[in-house]
Design a binder for this molecule. Structure first.
Ligand SMILES: [Zn+2]
Length: 421
């Protein structure tokens, strides 16, 4: 390890700023203090305890907060995910997952292999606590100790990372999924080791569909394959969670039920999960936004063109297109549903050419969006698509858009019908 790696590890173990810790270490090393002694000294300075007598107090997981400093916990290992990270030019395999006791769960990152597996009960001594996305996380570094306990700790949480696709969220580590490969394509990317062939596509199970990337481009990952994938991690890609298969992922054949239905969610639920792939929401159209109806796009980049000008390509020969941006409210939150030309033609009830003709006759392009507004505003629709969240709000890239089947009057009739029968 070089000084930066030592500083990083020490700082996260102490819950201190890496830069400050690195400066302190550098000062000591300038006086030819050996690295181990320098680290002990910095540890003492920040109250992290010296050698020997510095074992922190044992605590319950529920008591651990971002400001806890160093702690000792006894916990059941729920998940272990492995990941290779490149730090200062070196590849290091880290282990990440969740620990639990009777009071709660906590994520951890282990910077070396302590040899524990899901299901093991371990006494973790002197783990650093740092904050990660607002939550405390345990850091197991070279100053931490891990001892396996014989008696398993009873915890009210499931051991192992098995999840349905709908339960996955960005940041998940060490998960196991069983899913069918619905789509796959081979791509060559410019990776950290130069040109790399990867597979990417869409997975489906009984609960949902999600995009995936197999960084190893395995031959087993072909369209139609039904696979058990152990040790995958989840990250956000284009606003939705994406399943990642790494060199550590074990892939084996299995059989999987796949649903054609998208899970029905509330807008609030989808937004607070940070984005969801292929979901259905039902809501009222409040407004058809500007930039709906007849629009012009840049032939090179597809961006909206105004007065013949593309923001990236300047003066261009713009191409006509149709789209709808409709604000949908389901009572929990609002989302902008974005409909492409095909869906817009369906709703408008005419083709792009006919829309252009109508605009010429009326001498206004607005007639098209006005008519779309009259069709949509104030009515309830069921929209299926990919929900992503960006700085401007939530967007639902629609793949299906139809009048809602759970029209309240219809629901009432259904209920009455059942009662009558
Ligand atoms: Zn352009």
């Amino acid at each position: 390890m070089d000084i930066n790696a030592h500083a990083e590890e020490l700082a996260s173990a102490l819950g201190e700023d890496t830069e400050e810790v690195r400066r302190d270490l550098e000062n000591l090393l300038e006086y030819s203090v050996p690295i181990d002694e320098a680290k002990q000294s910095v540890r003492r300075k920040y109250g992290g305890g010296g050698g020997g007598d510095g074992t922190p107090e044992a605590v319950d997981i529920a008591e651990v907060g971002p400001e806890s400093g160093n702690v000792t916990v006894t916990a059941r290992v729920l998940t272990v995910g492995r990941r290779s990270i490149r730090y200062q030019g070196d590849d290091t395999v880290i282990r990440e997952g969740e620990l639990a006791d009777g009071t709660g769960t906590i994520s951890y990152t282990a910077w070396q292999d302590f040899g524990f597996e899901p299901g093991d009960t371990v006494a973790v001594g002197n783990a650093g606590v740092r904050e990660w996305e607002g939550e405390p996380e345990l850091n197991l570094g070279e100053s931490s100790s891990v001892a396996t306990e014989g008696e398993p700790l009873d915890v009210p949480y499931e051991v192992g990372g098995e999840r349905g696709l709908v339960e996955l969220a960005a940041g998940d580590r060490g998960r196991t999924v069983e899913a069918k490969v619905l789509e796959v394509e081979q791509r060559t990317i410019d990776g950290r080791d130069g040109e790399t062939v990867i597979h990417s596509g869409v997975l489906g199970d009984e609960t949902a569909r999600l995009p995936f990337t197999d960084w190893q481009a395995r031959e087993a990952v072909v369209e139609g394959a039904e696979l058990r994938m152990e040790d995958v991690y989840v990250r956000e890609f284009r606003g939705v969670p994406s399943v990642n298969l790494t060199e550590f992922t074990e892939v084996s054949p299995t059989s999987v039920e796949v649903s054609d239905e998208a899970p029905r969610v509330s807008v609030d639920e989808a937004v607070s999960s940070g984005g969801m792939y292929d979901v259905a929401v039902v809501g009222n159209v409040l407004e058809v936004r500007d930039g709906s109806g007849l629009i012009e796009r840049c032939p090179d980049c597809g961006r909206l063109v105004q007065n013949g000008q593309c923001r990236s390509h300047g003066q261009v020969e713009a191409e006509d297109d149709l789209r709808i941006k409709a604000i949908l409210d389901d009572g929990t939150a609002t989302v902008t549903a974005i409909l492409d030309r095909d869906l817009t033609e369906e709703i408008y009830g005419a083709t792009l050419e006919e829309a252009l003709e109508a605009a010429r006759e009326a001498m206004s392009r607005e007639v098209v969006s006005d008519e779309i507004g009259e069709t949509l505003v104030g009515r309830e629709f069921r929209v299926r698509g990919h929900l992503s969240v960006d700085e401007y709000g939530a967007n639902l890239d629609a793949t299906e858009f139809a009048a809602s089947e759970d029209d309240p009057a219809e629901r009432a009739r259904d209920v009455l019908g059942e009662v009558g029968a």
